[in-house]
Design a binder for this molecule. Structure first.
Ligand code: ADP
Ligand code: MG
Length: 320
């Protein structure tokens, strides 16, 4: 009997957490493990996985395959790892289901719109027109034969700002799971991805906050093997003539999206949730909710610039 009790004691799972900066954002990795040593080992594994992905997809790092694709825009196709090829291929599918609201080739606009506090005036219409002419996912050419990627127009550029953190969170979760970690949370600056349950059997819960009143969560929602991602403009935006422009660009007009201050999307995978949260910003409240309602297993909560909350059909927030 005593032996059995000791056995149980050793098996008991505790929650361990580490916060660190990865992919230019604050990540918080939570795992359940039987002891701190084991937990640290697991977290190290997740960290190296996220760093590996960052090296592959970063458009800031000149040594990444993504930068090589960008350098060869209008010149030639670049053969890349199947992993990057497949990520781009999924990104193009998301462009299709969002009628181009989501577009990884938005990135040529980052020469015009800067959200680091360095902008003092609105870019000229001509500069915007020139830049937006390089945007268009239809000009990203994939060849499944050699998994090469070709950006057709000179000056085109791709970037994974709206999907990369979600993808990294999914990969870290999958890897930890395959190593036997029974439960955890990958939180990539608010992009939450959970699996398993808390050691006491309770479901993980995430607080959904109204960006206009961050102290007060308007919902505490259970998250079981799902992801929830919030795109918000409250950290990165510029204001001209009283209008807030978010860091999310409408690929058709070249102007940042307006009207929404936060879009939260629930999906089975963080990658999709991440991409769709960005897309909802561009699609706007009505079209955004309508599109989300058509996608099985996907839900959203939108807060508009007046602080009004809008939800997709399966979300019931009693406390609003
Ligand atoms: P956050 O980085 O705050 O989590 P998002 O996931 O919504 O926010 O990603 C916003 C980032 O996505 C922008 O900073 C930019 O890098 C990129 N982006 C902007 N507009 C688009 C767009 N229409 N389609 C795809 N990516 C975009
Ligand atoms: Mg996103």
């Amino acid at each position: 009997m005593l032996v059995l009790l000791i056995g149980l004691q050793l098996q008991a799972q505790e929650i361990h957490k580490r916060t660190l900066k990865l992919m230019g954002s604050r990540f918080e990795i939570t795992v359940t493990a039987e002891n701190p040593e084991k937990a640290n080992q697991y977290i190290d594994t997740a960290v190296s996985e996220i760093q590996r992905i960052e090296r592959l997809i970063s458009s800031w790092d000149p040594a990444s395959q993504t930068s090589e694709i960008n350098r060869n825009a209008g010149i030639k196709p670049v053969v890349v790892d199947p992993e990057l090829y497949n990520l781009i291929s999924r990104a193009l599918k998301i462009s299709e289901i969002t009628d181009g609201a989501f577009d990884i080739s938005y990135a040529s606009m980052d020469k015009i719109w800067k959200f680091d506090g360095s902008m003092s005036s609105m870019p000229s219409e001509e500069a915007i027109r020139n830049s937006v002419s390089k945007v268009g996912y239809q000009n990203i050419i994939l060849d499944p034969e050699d998994h090469s990627v070709f950006l057709k127009k000179e000056g085109m550029k791709i970037g994974f700002g709206a999907i990369g953190k979600g993808y990294a969170a999914d990969k870290a979760k999958d890897l930890l799971r395959s190593q036997g970690v029974t439960a955890g949370i990958i939180n990539a600056s608010g992009d939450m991805n959970t699996w398993g349950t808390q050691p006491n059997g309770d479901t993980w819960k995430v607080a959904i906050t109204n960006p206009l009143n961050k102290e007060h969560a308007f919902a505490l929602l259970p998250l079981e093997d799902r992801a929830v991602v919030t795109s918000g403009d409250y950290e990165k935006f510029v204001k001209f003539n009283g209008v807030r422009y978010s860091h999310i660009i409408n690929p058709k007009t070249g102007y940042p999206a307006t009207g929404i201050i936060s879009a939260t999307v629930f999906a089975p995978k963080a990658e999709l949730a991440d991409a769709l949260a960005t897309s909802v910003f561009v699609m706007g409240i009505e079209t955004g909710i309508d599109r989300i309602n058509q996608l099985p297993g996907i839900d959203c909560i939108i807060v508009d610039t007046n602080g009004k909350v809008h939800t997709s059909k399966n979300i019931k927030l009693d406390s609003l």
